[in-house]
Design a protein. Structure first.
Length: 459
């Protein structure tokens, strides 16, 4: 039996299909086994593919999956083998997760050609490439932080890959530029540029010409700043450390002064595996016990916080709840998220318990990866998590607020006909926002009058 298993493993590796398993993992329980995930990655050579497998391994233990590599000649064979593995697991639907940084990568386009033109006998949908994910942006930020000293006096060059002609080069460049624009808000480099290496699919002379252009652009950027920071942000060839697209480029640019680089790119990094899990969770149904709630009130001293907890106690038995008392503190939010992850949730609703819906909304959404813009983004960490996030908040002028305020007033009142109620709010020094507070107070006062508050002399 062991000999048969060894032969099976060898055959899967040779055909470009990878399924890690131990003695009991072939039939291991996975999340929603009716949905399968076909992870399609570019063939990078031995060491590069091993890095992909390392990132994929934890994902494969939790979900019904197969990993296939898109190659220059045998992509169709590899994809068919992966689909057959998922069909053998009796999945009723397949989602394709493309481990590519641009839909214009030539190997991804080859994979799409196969996926979209064959009948697979099971419904199949294709997810988006990685370039729009905040998790991947955070990898790029980390690579930049490791190299940059004073961005305002430096030039940043990001090296992409995967083109086979000038049109693909331009489109890959455009995709990476969009990411770089978002990332550079955190740094403020004096200038930035994206350059693109070609895939082995292209003819040798075309690849060399593209490589020469990349070297020339890096050299020319030295005139724009005191240092040029070079980050190879791609899934380029990496047969070994020596036999890699980065090592070849490094030899060419090492002759120039003021070039700063360490060769670290997209992978290995934990966020790649987290991206796979998050993409899967976005596409799976959720049961009630897989949904968690983070409650985020402002917070104060012990007794104030305990009052909040006591009032929310009835919810504890109905929902998986963690608290994040703060003004959207990233570390506090992260702590609550990680606690819920350990409790088995795959989706989290963060409720901002403030008067205004806008209070800390932008910052919270940025921390959770729900938007890419925040004026202080460079100083705020983002939570790297596979769970699906959503957030809402702000009581505004909700009728329940008016009802509670009136109850409080009646409890204090002795002679309402001679009493005037004064509604107070936090307020701000921003006239526009302050106007929102005042409008809410006016609305709450009007609701109070219509529901019994008219007994008071005035509100």
């Amino acid at each position: 039996m062991q000999r048969v298993k060894n032969i099976l493993v060898l055959s899967l590796i040779v055909t470009g299909l990878y399924i890690p398993f131990g003695p009991s993992q072939l039939m291991a329980e996975v999340i929603h086994p009716e949905v399968g995930f076909l992870v399609v990655a570019p063939d990078r050579g031995f060491l590069g593919n091993e890095e992909v497998r390392d990132a994929y391994e934890a994902f494969s233990k939790e979900y019904a999956t197969a990993l296939v590599f898109a190659t220059s000649k045998k992509t169709a064979k590899n994809i068919a083998a992966g689909v057959n593995v998922l069909k053998a697991k009796q999945v009723r639907k397949i989602w394709v997760l493309p481990l590519f940084l641009s839909p214009e990568n030539i190997l991804y386009k080859k994979a799409l050609g196969v996926l979209n033109t064959q009948a697979w006998g099971v419904p199949m949908k294709i997810g988006e490439t990685m370039d729009g994910s905040y998790l991947i942006e955070e990898i790029l930020k980390k690579r930049i932080k490791d190299l940059s000293k004073k961005a305002s006096k430096e030039v940043l060059v990001v090296v992409g890959s995967g083109a086979s002609n000038q049109q693909e080069e331009a489109e890959i460049k455009e995709d990476l530029e969009a990411m770089l624009k978002r990332v550079n808000r955190s740094f403020g480099f004096s200038a930035t540029e994206v350059v693109v290496l070609y895939d082995r699919v292209a003819e040798k002379a075309v690849r060399k010409a593209a490589s020469d252009r990349v070297v020339d652009r890096i050299a020319l950027n030295r005139a724009k700043g005191e240092r040029v920071v070079v980050v190879p942000f791609n899934f380029g060839r990496k047969a070994t450390h020596m036999m890699s697209s980065w090592n070849r480029l490094k030899r060419q640019i090492s002759k120039f002064d003021n070039i700063v680089a360490n060769g670290k790119g997209v992978i290995p990094h934990k966020n790649v595996g987290i991206w796979l899990e998050k993409e899967a969770n976005l596409r799976l149904p959720l049961s009630d016990d897989e949904i968690g709630v983070v409650l985020m009130p402002h917070g104060s001293d012990f007794n104030w916080n305990e009052t909040i907890r006591e009032n929310l106690e009835p919810l504890i038995d109905r929902y998986k709840i963690e608290y994040a008392f703060s003004m959207a503190d990233p570390k506090v939010i992260e702590r609550a998220v990680k606690r819920l992850e350990k409790r088995g949730v795959r989706a989290i609703m963060l409720i901002r318990i403030y008067s205004l819906a806008a209070s800390f909304r932008e910052k919270t959404e940025y921390i959770l990866g729900l938007n890419g813009a925040y004026r202080r983004g460079g100083k705020v960490i983002r939570v790297a998590s596979p769970v699906v996030f959503t957030t809402f908040g702000g009581s505004e002028d909700d009728p329940l607020v008016a009802e509670v305020m009136l109850e409080r007033a009646k409890a204090l009142s002795k002679n309402p006909k001679k009493e005037t109620l004064i509604l107070l709010a936090h307020g701000t020094d921003n006239e526009e926002v302050n106007g929102r507070w005042m409008n809410n107070l006016a609305s709450i006062a009007d609701q109070m009058r219509k529901n019994g508050g008219s007994a008071f002399k005035d509100i």
